[in-house]
Structures are given as C-alpha cells and as structure tokens.
Design a protein around this ligand. Structure first.
Ligand code: A3P
Length: 317
C-alpha cells in the first residue's frame, strides 16, 4: 500500500474521532476540563532566572532527565536524591491535569505553584505544557531559567502513554482506541508534534537544551556531559561512573524515590508490578505492540507534521 492510502485512512480517522471524554482543547494542548482553573495562574507564575525546568511531552524520558539534572545541579547529592523526585520538582500544572475520578486527590495535595513560590533557593520545575502555555515571563524573555527539553520517538511515546494510563487508571481504553485518540490529537497533552516543535524551534536559545531519549539510550555519558556543560557543572570521572550506574534502567526501576511505586500503590491495588512506571526503557519497543498498520499510519502522520520544518525524522530513531 502506498503513502496516499494511509493518508486517506488518517484523514478519515481525523473526521471521525472526537475529543476523549472530560478533555478540552485549549488551542495548543488538549487537557482535562480542570486545567481552565489553573491556566491563568500558570501564565502569571513568577519565574526566576535560577530555576531549572524540565519540559517534555509525557513518556519521553522526563523522570530520567529530571534525576540526571537534579544530581548534576546538586553536586551529586545522592542522600538528597533519596527524597521523592515529586518533592524535589514542582510539577507546575499538576492540579489542572486531574480527571474527575481523581478529584479527591486535589483536596489532599498542595498546589505545586504555591510550594514553588515558597521555596527558598534553587527551584526545579517539571512541565509537559507546550511553550505557548508557559508563564508569560518565560515567553516574553524577561526571565531566562534553564530549560531542558527531552523528546522521544512518538511510537514509543504512544505505547508508553497507553500503559501509563492503564497503570494510573486514567482510563481503560484498548490500544486501538487510545491510538485513534492519539493520532487525531484528541487525548491528554496532544498534539504531540505541536509540543515538540514549540521547543525544537527555540532549541538555539542559550537557555534551552534539547535532548533526545534515543541519544540517552545510545550514549548516556555523552548526554550527561552535554547536560553538565549546559548547566555549567564539571563531572569528574568517578562521579560519571556513579551517575551512569545510578541512572541505569535497573537502578531506576528499583529506586522508590523515582519509580512512582508509592503513587501506584495508592492508585492501583490490582497491578502486580508496582514499579511498572519504569516499564521497559527501550528504544523501538513499540515493535512488539503496534500493528504494522499503526506503525505506517504514525510514520505518515509524522512525515506530514514535520514536512514544513527542519526536523529530521530519522534523527529520532
Ligand atoms: P517505557 O514505558 O517505554 O518503559 P516519563 O518519565 O516521561 O514518564 O517517561 C517514562 C519512560 O521512560 C518509560 O518508558 C520508562 O521506562 C523510561 N525510563 C525511565 N527511566 C529510564 C532509564 N533509566 N533508562 C531508560 N528508560 C527509562
């Protein structure tokens, strides 16, 4: 079958599939209806030049990057890194991304923006928002925190997000249903390519570092070195060895400060492997789960999305 056949299938899907229930399209991002309550607060959030931000489309290696950056920026403080990663980073839009079935959680949690505003010293922020929804002070350039953006091959992102949603009981879709929502930009944090391009197009700004999950898989020491240079940190040889070991998939999977097991424990009593947030950690793992047709559709969809850009699709493999 040639590309045109898949294009037609894609257009057909785009005409048929609508927003997943409880989500709203905020022009640059699809998020739960609750996000409307936080959009303006995020826009007005007071940014500091000393902040360090990790940004990404979900499931792109955010947690991995957060842990790497935190240790680099905190002089390899492995004792400090025993604190939950979620407590070391403020997930700025967190209360806005909860679905109705999670609303009792809202009552229990402080707003990370309030926590950040009361933090003395260096602040670490996580977001999955596209550039267009970041605080105004970042967008207008009046504040220039360091922003590390990480991207990952969309096919692995999709599969990882599908499993994430099941693990955290976000929904109980089958893969085909989730696939249809994702590829038509109708589910959580879509559109994927809009998110990527909002940072890719700014990757040459001196306060932005653009990383790729696949590069981290291929050569973690090089990714650490690149990030350290961006942060102005020197990594002695011994520290490099320790950090590479600490950031390995096996270590991260059993590290309760980063593997989300305590949260999974609370939300999903049925799952047998509570460490499954750190699930497979592979590049190309999608081949075991997506059908040939899904892969082809995603490839055609990606080619269409990148057509007018200087982005090289092969780069992300
Ligand atoms: P998989 O579900 O494909 O295994 P995020 O932190 O953005 O939610 O991304 C989660 C993905 O990053 C998961 O992908 C997870 O396994 C992977 N990941 C986390 N730590 C990793 C590590 N040390 N090495 C490789 N992949 C890792």
């Amino acid at each position: 079958m040639d590309t045109n056949v898949y294009r037609k299938k894609l257009f057909k899907l785009q005409g048929e599939v609508t927003l997943a229930p409880h989500y709203k399209n905020y022009t640059d991002v699809v998020l739960p209806e609750r996000f409307a309550l936080y959009k303006e607060k995020i826009e007005n959030f007071k940014v500091s030049n000393d902040d360090i931000w990790i940004a990404s489309f979900p499931k792109s290696g955010t947690t991995w990057t957060q842990e790497m950056v935190w240790l680099l920026a905190n002089n390899f403080d492995y004792d400090g890194a025993k604190q939950l990663l979620d407590a070391r980073y403020g997930f700025i839009e967190m209360l806005g991304i909860l679905l109705p079935n999670n609303e009792e959680i809202v009552a229990l949690l402080p707003d990370p923006m309030d926590v950040l505003e009361n933090t003395i010293g260096k602040r670490f922020v996580k977001t999955h928002l596209p550039w267009e929804l970041l605080p105004l002070q970042i967008r207008d350039g009046s504040k220039k925190p360091k922003i590390i953006y990480v991207m990952r091959d969309v096919k692995d992102v999709l599969v990882s997000f599908y499993h994430h949603n099941a693990l955290f009981k976000v929904d109980n879709l089958i893969l085909e249903e989730y696939f249809n929502y994702f590829i038509t930009d109708n589910h959580m944090y879509s559109p994927y390519w809009k998110n990527i391009f909002s940072f890719w197009s700014r990757r040459h700004l001196p306060n932005i570092l653009f990383l790729k999950y696949e590069d981290m898989i291929q050569d973690l020491p090089a990714a650490i070195q690149k990030t350290a240079s961006f942060l102005g940190t020197v990594v002695p040889d011994e520290e490099m060895k320790t950090l590479v070991r600490h950031l390995s998939f096996a270590e991260m999977k059993k590290n309760t400060a980063v593997n989300m097991a305590p949260v999974v424990q609370m939300i999903n009593k049925d799952v047998s492997d509570k460490t499954n947030f750190i699930r497979k950690g592979k590049s190309g793992g999608y081949k075991d789960e997506l059908s040939e047709e899904m892969v082809k559709l995603l490839d055609v969809w990606s080619e269409m999305n990148i057509a007018d850009s200087d982005f090289q699709l092969n780069d992300t493999k």
